[in-house]
Write a protein that binds this ligand. Structure first.
Ligand SMILES: NC(=O)C1=CN([C@@H]2O[C@H](COP(=O)(O)OP(=O)(O)OC[C@H]3O[C@@H](n4cnc5c(N)ncnc54)[C@H](O)[C@@H]3O)[C@@H](O)[C@H]2O)C=CC1
Ligand SMILES: N[C@@H](CC=O)C(=O)O
Ligand code: NA
Length: 432
């Protein structure tokens, strides 16, 4: 019998959409290069998706077909189950569980699955002695899981932050560049294969929060705590917000921050203003960036394409080549049983805020708002009125640093003023 470490690594590929088709293309395009680097060939043996008939622009004729992803996961001729279907339950979860139970390695791009079930799946994979790899799931083509879990493993990590959703960054930067409508730019992101099957996961900040929760576990040795992420999406950001931020030297980014404070883990994903001149402020289109701060490394910034066929396939192939080489590192950087439950921090550091309000246009209205802010000990750094909007006057206020709790109660009070014509929007200003 041939040496199993030398024979082809046999892949069962579940999902043939943007990511799955990319994986097929890369395996076919780079068969020789991959075999040379992995020490043995990678061979797709069987595939599965919803529709067998659909033309995906790739040649699938050499592969067996399975209607059922769970059956694919259990096939005797499959060594690695590649899950690129999506969904936090359904066949993604059942197939992954079945693969692990059958002693097969798993590579997945599915952050929703891992944000919910990562701990249980990592425990099961370790018990079965198989790898559970997910580089594609976080920041697409950027090798951030490898960087955090391997290259930086000797550091005490102090903070992880960044832009982790390509769709949102694409929308925010395209709106700024072209003045295009939010809905049109979102439709473009869907057409380009960046968005989730349910794009409200992207624009609602949920997809990026899934990713942040996985990075937190890796960075801080805590169990994945997706429900501990404070999430706010970009749905309420308007073109005037983007323009006014630019006018003040900032750009709006959906920014994730994970930090271990004295009272526990702070995890937040929210639109923030960042300096236009900062590396994060410069990110355009589908580009993501993750900043990792550690006690010995100080800071590392990784930047690259966060979504799309090629970058995501690249991450999947990186994981497959590691498996072919016989590497198996714990999914969350240390044995799953040793991960600690994450105590949640009661609040983050204070920050300056950008506030947008729509006030009835009459004398004395601004003074009412200033009084509310003053009552919450929030002092104003700058205040500007931007023309008129129907019966209202859009007003932008930039404050001096204030903590989130104080800002939230001030906003609730402003919202309750009869002069306030729309719910106020407040965005943190991160100095990075
Ligand atoms: N598109 C991207 O840029 C990235 C996507 N991901 C993740 O990769 C996964 C796949 O994403 P895409 O390829 O964009 O999705 P997609 O919608 O383009 O493709 C999904 C594929 O899975 C199959 N599928 C879905 N549900 C199924 C079910 N219940 N039974 C059988 N087959 C099913 C579909 O038929 C399709 O072939 C998701 O978990 C997504 O979050 C991760 C990083 C980047
Ligand atoms: N929908 C995601 C895809 C990659 O994870 C994104 O836009 O970043
Ligand atoms: Na990645």
């Amino acid at each position: 019998m041939s040496d199993p470490a030398k024979r082809p690594l046999r892949i069962g590929l579940a999902g043939l959409g943007t990511v799955g088709a990319g994986v097929v293309k890369m395996v076919q395009t780079h068969a020789e290069l991959i075999a040379a680097r992995a020490g043995r060939p990678l061979s797709i043996v069987a595939v599965s998706a919803r529709s067998r008939a659909k033309d995906r622009g790739v040649d699938l004729s050499a592969y067996a077909w399975e209607d059922d992803a769970v059956a694919l996961a259990r096939r005797a001729d499959v060594d690695v189950f590649v899950e690129v279907m999506g969904g936090e339950n359904g066949p993604a979860k059942a197939g992954t569980q079945a693969a692990i139970a059958a002693g097969k390695h798993v590579v997945t791009a599915n952050k929703a699955l891992l944000a919910r079930h990562g701990q249980a799946l990592a425990e099961a994979a370790e018990a079965a002695g198989v790898a559970l790899r997910y580089e594609a799931a976080v920041a697409g083509g950027i090798p951030v899981i490898k960087a955090l879990g391997e290259g930086l493993a000797g550091n005490g990590i102090t903070r992880v932050m960044g832009v982790m959703n390509g769709t949102c960054n694409y929308i925010l930067t395209e709106m700024e560049k072209t003045g295009a409508d939010y809905a049109d730019v979102l439709a473009d992101a869907q057409r380009l294969g960046y968005a989730e099957a349910d794009p409200s996961f992207d624009v609602g900040g949920i997809d990026a929060a899934h990713k942040l929760a996985l990075l937190s576990a890796l960075a801080f040795g805590t169990k994945v705590d997706f429900d501990g992420v404070a999430i706010e999406g970009i749905e309420r950001i308007t073109l005037p917000d983007i323009e006014q931020a630019a006018d003040m030297g900032y750009r709006i980014k959906l920014l994730g921050v994970a930090r271990m404070n004295a009272d526990g883990l702070e995890q937040r994903m929210q639109p923030c203003l960042v300096p236009l001149s900062s590396p994060v402020g410069q990110l355009d289109g589908v580009t993501n960036a993750v900043v990792i701060e550690g006690d010995f490394i100080k800071g590392v910034t990784l930047q690259g394409p966060g979504a799309g066929e090629g970058p995501t396939a690249s991450a999947i192939l990186g994981d497959l080549i590691d498996i072919a080489r016989g590497l198996n590192v714990p999914a969350f950087g240390q044995p799953a049983a040793s991960l600690k439950p994450a105590a949640r921090s009661s609040g983050g550091t204070a920050a300056a805020w950008y506030i947008r309000i729509l006030l009835r246009d009459a004398p004395g209205m601004l003074a009412r708002v200033a009084t509310v802010l003053g009552g919450h000990e929030i002092s104003i750094n700058m205040m500007r009125q931007y023309g008129h909007e129907g019966p209202g006057a859009p007003v932008v206020i930039v404050t001096h640093p204030a903590d989130t709790a104080r800002m939230q109660s001030a906003l609730t009070e402003i919202d309750g003023l009869e002069v306030s014509l729309a719910a106020p929007v407040a965005l943190r200003i991160e100095t990075l």
